[in-house]
Design a protein around this ligand. Structure first.
Ligand SMILES: [Zn+2]
Length: 207
C-alpha cells in the first residue's frame, strides 16, 4: 500500500499554515483524509521511563485516552505502552527523540511533538500515523506531568487527520502548560467536520 506522510491539515476555511510555538506542525497534503469507518486504531507509545503512573509514556497515553469518550463515532482506540508487535495494523506509533530532530520538513521544538498521519493516496484514507516527542520533556512536577498528558491529547489530533486550530483548545498548537485540557466547541466542530456527528446527537431513539 502506498502511503504518504502528512502532518496536519487545516480544514476550517482550508487555511494552511505552519505553526511553531512549543510545537510544530506541517501544513497540508492529503485533503480530508480520515480513518475508515469503524476502524480500530492501535496506538503504541515507546517506553522512555521505568513503568509507573508518572512515567512519561503513561502520561502521554493518559492524554490520548481522553479521546474516545468525545470522539464517539464508532472507532476503537487502543492505547498501548512499549513496542508494537510486527505487522500491527492501523498502527499509530509515538517515539521519543531529541529536540531538533527533523520530520516532515520540520524541526522538533523543545517540549514539542510532530505527528503525521499516513494516507493511502488511492483511497485518501488514513492507514496509520507516526509521532515524535521531545525526549527531554520533564515530568518532575505535577504541572509538568499535566503538560505531558496535554501534549499527548493534542498530538493525537493529527493522527486523526485534524489540524491545529488557534480557536480550539485540544486542537490548539499552544498546549496548556498545566491543568487538564478539555474539548471546546471549536474542537468539536473540527471533529464533526471531518468525521460527522456522533450517533448520540440528533437521534433520540434507542441506539
Ligand atoms: Zn498540533
Amino acid at each position: 500500500m502506498k502511503t504518504k506522510y502528512v502532518a496536519g491539515v487545516h480544514f476550517v476555511g482550508l487555511v494552511m499554515m505552519l505553526t511553531a510555538a512549543r510545537h510544530a506542525d506541517a501544513a497540508v497534503i492529503g485533503k480530508y483524509a480520515r480513518w475508515p469507518a469503524g476502524a480500530t486504531i492501535n496506538v503504541w507509545i515507546q517506553n522512555i521511563d521505568p513503568e509507573g503512573d508518572d512515567s512519561r509514556q503513561k502520561l502521554f497515553a493518559d492524554g490520548i485516552n481522553r479521546w474516545p469518550a468525545t470522539f464517539d463515532r464508532g472507532y476503537t482506540i487502543n492505547v498501548n505502552l512499549g513496542n508494537p508487535p510486527a505487522n500491527t495494523p492501523n498502527l499509530v506509533r509515538f517515539t521519543w527523540v531529541p529536540p531538533g530532530t527533523k520530520r516532515g520538513g520540520l524541526k522538533l521544538a523543545p517540549l514539542g511533538g510532530i505527528t503525521g498521519a499516513e494516507v493511502d493516496v488511492a483511497t485518501n484514507q488514513i492507514t496509520g500515523g507516526q509521532g515524535i516527542i521531545d525526549n527531554t520533556v520533564p515530568n518532575g512536577t505535577a504541572a509538568q506531568r499535566q503538560f505531558i498528558a496535554n501534549l499527548g491529547m493534542h498530538e493525537f489530533t493529527h493522527a486523526l487527520g485534524l489540524a491545529d486550530d488557534r480557536n480550539g483548545v485540544v486542537t490548539n498548537s499552544k498546549i496548556a502548560p498545566t491543568g487538564v485540557m478539555a474539548f471546546n466547541a471549536r474542537d468539536l466542530a473540527e471533529i464533526t467536520l471531518l468525521y460527522g456527528r456522533p450517533p448520540t446527537q440528533g437521534g433520540g431513539g434507542p441506539r
